[in-house]
Design a protein around this ligand. Structure first.
Ligand code: ZN
Length: 343
């Protein structure tokens, strides 16, 4: 049975909410909105379908939300996962951490670049896409590194997606497991086991990888059931945590500068042809992404402002196709968002 009541508040020892595959533990004062737990459940199903076929029987991740990094067992980071448990102090990282719990459950440990690449490929915090020019400039060095910067994650994400699609999940996972004990000369081991697992030299695969635009998977923000398809002109009608389609969290005490948790709602609209679209907004942030394959996806356009008085207006040239808007409230005033084509 799925128990996901709107705006459940944190406290106590057991999970605050039990979903189908995710137990959610909420830090003091954090409330979860309408559909978020079901959205995590659907995400687990979709991520696993891409990565590993049928879900392991009894899979249940323990997901801990906290509004302070100091409460997390993550060495000062805003999120981490160990075995079937994950922690996050920024809700954007929750999908990434959920992938770690899945991967750890079915394949164990591996090289850091493969773990982070997989998590970011399937559960990016926002749209991750690179055009042909950016891809051609990628460096191989992060693949063989055990000390990754946050800036490396997105390249590793699109590389992991490339491997998953070029060789299929079964061989990708075999390579992941084959790299679990690489330690001395990582690059040499990587190249040797890559060729043995995929029947292709690493350099040939790399040349194919950097020859085309690449992207991460878009399913949590482009195909979840909580997405509301709207027509332009569009005007946001509030962002209530108890709206059955709302996702995200409510943290009344949070610092206005720190939007690590927010009430959130997903929308999408279709454009029949390229157009200039105006976004007029106040007390919200909007992550705008284009859904589709890697020739269609574009990097996230992040719109955010905390104006004192007048709404901000931004005009963007958008291509034809489906565009996703992840809309989150910002503290300090009533959320306002109008989206309309510019004649
Ligand atoms: Zn990670």
């Amino acid at each position: 049975m799925v128990l996901a009541l709107a705006c459940e508040a944190g406290g106590g020892d057991g999970p605050d909410i039990r979903g189908e595959y995710v137990d959610l533990y909420l830090g003091e004062g954090i409330e979860v909105c309408g559909r978020q737990v079901q959205a995590y459940d659907r995400f687990v199903e979709e991520a696993h379908a891409v990565y590993g076929g049928e879900l392991p029987v009894g899979f249940q991740a323990a997901l801990h939300a906290s509004d302070s990094d100091e409460d997390l067992p993550c060495d000062g980071l805003a999120g981490c996962a160990r075995g079937g448990s994950a922690w996050f102090s920024n809700m954007r990282g929750a999908y990434h951490e959920l992938v770690h719990t899945l991967q750890s459950d079915i394949d164990g440990d591996s090289l850091r670049s493969l773990k982070e690449g997989t998590a970011q490929a399937l559960g990016p915090p926002f749209a991750v896409a690179f055009d042909a020019e950016q891809v051609a400039a990628f460096s191989q060095a992060p693949l063989f590194s055990t000390t990754l910067d946050r800036e490396n994650y997105d390249m590793l994400a699109v590389y992991s997606r490339f491997l998953l699609e070029r060789y299929g999940p079964a061989r990708y996972r075999a390579f992941f497991r084959a790299m679990s004990d690489a330690s001395a000369d990582i690059e040499a081991t990587y190249r040797e086991r890559f060729a043995a697992t995929f029947d292709e030299p690493f350099d040939d695969a790399w040349a194919a990888f950097i020859a085309e635009p690449r992207c991460a998977y878009d399913f949590w923000y482009c195909s979840d059931d909580s997405t509301t398809l709207v027509e332009l002109p569009f005007e946001l009608d509030g962002l209530d945590c108890d709206d059955p389609l709302a996702t995200g969290f409510d943290v009344p005490s949070q610092d206005p500068k720190d939007a690590s948790f927010a009430r959130e709602k997903l929308f999408a609209f279709d454009l029949a042809s390229a157009a200039t679209v105006a976004f007029e907004f106040e007390y919200v942030s909007v992550d705008l992404a284009r859904c589709g394959d890697c020739s269609q996806q574009t990097p996230t356009a992040g719109l955010s402002a905390l104006p004192a008085e007048a709404p901000t207006i931004v005009e963007l040239e958008l291509g034809a196709g489906r565009h996703s808007m992840i809309v989150r409230d910002r503290p300090g005033g009533a959320p306002l968002l109008r989206v309309y084509p510019v004649e």
